[in-house]
Design a protein around this ligand. Structure first.
Ligand code: ATP
Ligand code: MG
Length: 442
């Protein structure tokens, strides 16, 4: 008999189905056995009655995480046993036969038990199966899908950026170096050079993939390998075109989540963010004045925002604009990478922005220098040897339109959408200073 997914069994009340999946829980009750069965689509309770002798014999042996194929009669539950609001809360399987497809060893604890982060990470191939993590990664995959869908409809072309690179766009401080046939290569910290080069080919491009940051500090928002969602577009007026595109993109992502992940948001006790018609946008210097006035700290001499400043600005945006998002523009050029475009009307400051969401930065973006001579000059001003970047510079030598783009951290945005305390909970296989799957010290 063809396999029926668990979410669909209520359509088969009164007939027989074959369900395949994992044993979630087994409960023995007198001469009967109750099994909670789980597949990718959900869970259902199955009962094995004493008159099905062979099935009962197997049911008494199975344990959590064994994989079985069950044929069963789908029955409506008696009124008093109906579980409201639970998928399949009104139906039950009466098992006719059970076949064991694969056995499993004893599990360390019941799936879905509250365990600390380290235990979760140690046992990840098991714990990821729990409803909480399945929901987190369903949301993450929906964000990624919506990112792609939106940009494709806006005329962007997807490409794959290399991860092994010679020179780094973001500067060498946080780069992982590796031996490369007698030379030194780096793991890319971003797809920056390649997405700009590709603007010369497709005008509008995007790429999603892992990037690497050798950040030694352990925080709740940094990973050493994360997924960067990047786009870059040509023929822009200035950085405000990028801000507008990102705002529409976020609106699309939020509506996709509302359509496809309401159950996951409920299960995780998460709330959909507020993205008003006009998301607040302000210069760094204005933001610093607000911090001084509203929160009493003078950070006006600083070139960047500290984590506490980001939290305050988000608090301010929520209170005054009912927005979970706020764009901060015009950071000092001196602290931004060499490809950053200086505002002709505000010398010393970048036509670029950070987007803050629920207390942290989730995006950096802006306009880039497209003029060859200016770019070479900017490299020199930063003390860089332009000859080392000659490969990338060809894109500008041979004609580039005004362009800009952004990078958005997938794990960071997922954890903020869902109100998770640590970014590692929104990372399937997090790498940190102490761990690549297993703890490095073990
Ligand atoms: P931060 O100041 O928070 O360390 P950044 O300014 O160094 O971030 P960018 O180079 O601007 O980071 O990267 C763009 C986006 O990529 C960030 O806004 C964030 O969403 C994400 N991101 C950057 N570094 C990390 C990291 N180590 N782990 C996870 N996500 C990151
Ligand atoms: Mg940044």
């Amino acid at each position: 008999m063809a396999r029926t997914y668990i979410k669909d069994i209520s359509k088969s009340v009164g007939s027989e189905v074959t369900v395949k999946g994992w044993i979630d829980v087994r409960r023995d009750q007198g001469k009967m056995v109750f099994l909670d069965l789980r597949d990718v689509t959900g869970k259902v309770q199955a009962v094995v009655l004493p008159n099905h002798v062979e099935a009962l014999d197997v049911a008494q042996k199975v344990r959590p995480e064994w994989i079985v194929s069950v044929t069963a009669q789908v029955n409506k539950r008696p009124e008093r046993n109906i579980k409201e609001g639970v998928i399949n809360g009104d139906v039950e399987l009466e098992v006719l036969t059970i076949e064991v497809i694969a056995e499993a060893q004893d599990v360390p604890f019941e799936l879905g038990s509250e365990v600390n982060l380290d235990t979760h990470l140690d046992l990840l191939p098991y714990t990821l199966r729990g409803e909480k993590y399945k929901s987190i990664f369903k949301v993450q995959s929906t964000i990624l899908k919506a990112f792609r869908e939106f940009l494709i409809t806006e005329g962007f072309t997807e490409f794959q950026a290399p991860k092994l690179i010679g020179e780094d766009a973001e500067g060498g401080a946080n780069s992982f170096d590796l031996e490369y046939f007698g030379h030194t290569a780096h793991l890319a910290q971003s797809p920056q050079f390649y997405k700009q080069i590709m603007v010369g080919v497709f005008e509008r491009v995007f790429t999603t993939g892992n990037v690497y940051r050798a950040e030694k500090h352990a925080t709740s928002r940094h990973l050493n390998e994360y997924t960067s969602l990047d786009f870059e577009m040509g023929f822009i007026k200035d950085h405000t075109d990028i801000i507008e595109m990102e705002t529409s993109l976020l609106r699309y992502i939020i509506s996709a989540l509302k359509k496809e992940c309401t159950r996951e948001f409920e299960l995780l006790n998460a709330t959909f963010p507020e993205l008003p018609e006009n998301v607040p946008v302000m210069k760094l210097r204005e933001a610093q004045q607000i911090i001084k006035k509203e929160f009493g700290e003078d950070c006006s001499q600083e070139p960047d925002l500290e984590p506490q400043h980001e939290r305050w600005l988000c608090e301010y945006a929520k209170k005054n604009f009912n927005s979970d998002f706020i764009f901060i523009t015009h950071f000092p050029i001196s602290k931004r990478p060499m490809y950053t475009y200086e505002d002709e009307n505000d010398i010393g400051y970048a036509k670029g922005f950070d987007l803050l969401f629920r207390g942290v930065e989730i995006t950096t973006g802006g306009q880039r220098i497209h003029n060859y001579e200016k770019l070479v000059k900017s490299m020199e001003n930063k003390g860089l040897n332009s000859n080392q970047f000659r490969y990338y510079l060809q894109a500008f030598k041979y004609g580039m339109p005004p362009h800009g783009g952004l990078g958005l951290g997938l794990e960071r945005i997922t954890s903020k959408f869902l109100g998770l305390e640590n970014i590692k909970e929104a990372t399937m296989f997090p790498r940190d200073i102490n761990r690549i799957d297993n703890l490095l010290s073990q």
